[in-house]
Design a protein around this ligand. Structure first.
Ligand SMILES: *Cc1c(COP(=O)(O)O)cnc(C)c1O
Length: 393
């Protein structure tokens, strides 16, 4: 009998998969399901970017269809450096400090693989994007979930991490604007994180997949590299999936500390072939116009957020509107013992799918995540069904 490796066998059950199975059973029964469970944007990539991909596919003078270089397309890396300078006023050396990724999920997992030996400790701010926990498990790391609590604005209290955990920790992974809570980082937090990292020799992985989904006109996310200006102790991960709705295209990048980027390149060189060159060229088109393109996407999610929260508020759910991301992090009604119980009951009575907080790590319990990935019309319908089924906070 073929046995899976320990690193696979120790993977926790994928809780969200159960929710999706329940959704599929409802769909089979012919229920008009409203799926707010997955963070899968329903928008199309920008026209301009689609056209750039077409042009790249048709261009026979370039070698777009061949194996890309492991290190990524130099023009794309130069475009990333220009964008970073314009967006964050951070300078990057394209050759050694930037690396295109086949989506940031790939980069996050391989970065852990490249730096964690079995038993090494990684601090993961939780609740979190579930793939962090899976990737760290596959790397056979010892995971310490740092709680993100509402009373601390979902920012970790670094001083509360036990000293012996800090002492053995090698990496810390943070994600702001945050999936699933919608929380954003303060300058003060990033300052403290930098000090904490340098003092304790812990390397920071900063995932800023949502840096350009601002739902509040006054809010503009910052890069951790604005604080770690010499790139002493961090690497940052970006994605084209959320801000440009290009999730199926698989495009992201990592940037920051040279050694870290080099180690990531080394493992990628042995495991994949990099991003399709035509997609990297389309990525250049997205970055060129990023301000206008991401403003348009943010606008869609902002309107949806207001429709949903306005409706829920009338039913007694007082939710703090998130300033960024495409998620609403909602406390479950007091009468429910767990997020899974509430999620199940909500689906049963309304046909609305939301993601139970426990699927995002142990500190997600007590909440559900709602993705704003359906039209305003469907969100109005969602609120109506929740009201008619008698759900109040
Ligand atoms: C969606 C998401 C990703 C993955 O993005 P890809 O670039 O599509 O792999 C990474 N981090 C967070 C926090 C996400 O929500």
């Amino acid at each position: 009998m073929l046995e899976a490796a320990d690193k696979i066998r120790s993977l926790p059950p994928y809780i969200l998969a159960e929710v999706f199975a329940a959704r599929d059973r409802k769909l089979e029964q012919g229920v008009d399901v409203i799926d707010l469970g997955v963070g899968n944007p329903d928008l199309r990539p920008p026209e301009k970017v689609i056209r750039a991909l077409h042009d790249s596919l048709d261009d026979v003078t370039r070698e777009n269809h061949r194996y890309p270089s492991f290190a990524g397309l130099p023009e794309f890396k130069a475009a990333i450096a220009r964008w970073y300078s314009k967006r964050f006023n951070v300078s990057l050396e394209p050759g050694s400090e930037v690396l295109p990724l086949i989506g940031s999920k790939e980069g996050l997992a391989k970065f852990m693989m490249a730096h964690l030996n079995a038993g090494d400790t990684i601090l993961i701010a939780s609740p979190c994007y579930p793939a962090y926990l899976g990737a760290a498990t596959v790397a056979q790391a010892s995971i310490y979930e740092v709680p993100l609590l509402e009373e601390n604005d979902f920012l970790p209290r670094l001083e509360d991490i036990p000293a012996e955990v800090v002492k053995r920790a090698k990496l810390i992974l943070v994600n702001y604007p945050n999936n699933p809570t919608g929380a954003v980082a303060t300058d003060d937090f990033y300052e403290r994180l930098r000090k904490f990292a340098l003092e304790n020799d812990i390397f920071v992985m900063s995932d800023i997949a949502y840096c350009d989904l601002s739902l509040d006109s006054k809010f503009r996310a910052r890069s951790f590299l604005e604080f770690d200006r010499n790139k002493e102790t961090s690497i940052e991960f970006h994605s084209f999936s959320k801000s440009f709705s290009m999730q199926g295209w698989r495009l992201g990048f990592a940037c920051g500390n040279k050694t870290a980027v080099g180690n990531l390149l080394k493992i990628k060189t042995n495991m994949d072939f990099g991003v399709f060159m035509a997609v990297q060229r389309a990525g250049m088109a997205a970055l060129e116009d990023s301000e206008a393109l991401t403003a348009a996407v943010s606008d869609v999610y902002r309107k949806r957020r207001d429709v949903l929260l306005g409706g829920l508020r009338k039913n007694g759910w007082d939710v703090r509107p998130p300033s960024a991301t495409m998620y609403v992090w909602l406390k479950i009604p007091r009468s429910y013992a767990s997020s899974a119980e509430f999620t199940g009951d909500l689906l049963e009575k309304t046909g609305v799918v939301v993601a139970p907080g426990i699927g995002f790590g142990k500190y997600g319990e007590g909440y559900v995540r709602i993705s704003l990935t359906v039209s305003e019309e469907r969100l109005v319908e969602t609120v109506k069904r929740i009201r008619e089924a008698g759900f109040t906070y």
